[in-house]
Design a protein around this ligand. Structure first.
Ligand SMILES: CC(C)(COP(=O)(O)OP(=O)(O)OC[C@H]1O[C@@H](n2cnc3c(N)ncnc32)[C@H](O)[C@@H]1OP(=O)(O)O)[C@@H](O)C(=O)NCCC(=O)NCCS
Length: 175
């Protein structure tokens, strides 16, 4: 092999390594990570919630962040799904003592996935992650509450194996 051929071959190898490195970097940047929410996620969560519910609830989220992110009241879990620096969804829940002599259970009180990212299994990954956290906290059941007419969220929770539980909610107007 001539000197020139050898140098060309070396260049090719280098280019190949650089391409492989940048492909690995872009794969890492596009990988989904499910992690605990951080104070810096505040604006993204408010914006995502506004996109999903149509309401800007800064005060509600301020209190939720103070409780579940800054103070990390235990055992409560505020998890976000992040890809490429963007929050694609979140789930929040805690472990609650239950009435009627029931042992404490995991309670999911919010789950949202960015509309453009739905039906790709992200909600399921968030739910699995919070159930893992509940299991580590020592509980054996997960529960949630939702509006009867919210068929989307009902289908989602049914798909995760949740069914009507042993209690019913009763209410009356007293004003
Ligand atoms: C409910 C929600 C979290 C699901 O997220 P997602 O990433 O799309 O969920 P997944 O892709 O993991 O779907 C899991 C299962 O849920 C059910 N499901 C999800 N979206 C559904 C839809 N549009 N219609 C019917 N079933 C649906 C399906 O059974 C699905 O399984 P499949 O894809 O094998 O059929 C998402 O739709 C969402 O954020 N909705 C708005 C939630 C909301 O209003 N929150 C405000 C109160 S907290």
């Amino acid at each position: 092999m001539s000197l020139e051929d050898r140098s060309n071959a070396l260049h090719l190898l280098k280019d190949h390594d650089t391409a492989r490195e940048s492909a690995a970097q872009s794969r890492a940047a596009n990988a989904l990570s499910i992690r605990a929410a951080k104070p810096a996620d505040f604006a993204s969560i408010v914006a995502l919630d506004q996109q999903v519910t149509g309401l800007a609830k800064r005060q509600y989220w301020k209190e939720a962040f103070a409780r579940y992110v800054s103070r990390r009241e235990e055992p409560a879990f505020f998890l976000v799904a992040e890809r490429g620096g963007e929050i694609e969804g979140f789930i929040i829940g805690d472990v609650r003592a239950w009435e009627f002599g029931e042992p404490p259970c995991g309670w999911v009180f919010a789950v949202q996935v960015r509309p453009q990212k739905r039906l790709g299994g992200l909600g399921t990954q968030l739910f699995d992650a919070i159930c893992d956290a509940f299991r580590r906290a020592g509980v054996k059941k997960v529960r949630t509450l939702l509006a009867r007419e919210n068929h989307l969220v009902l289908s989602f929770f049914r798909s995760q194996g949740l069914m009507a539980g042993p209690f019913i909610e009763l209410e009356a107007t007293i004003a």
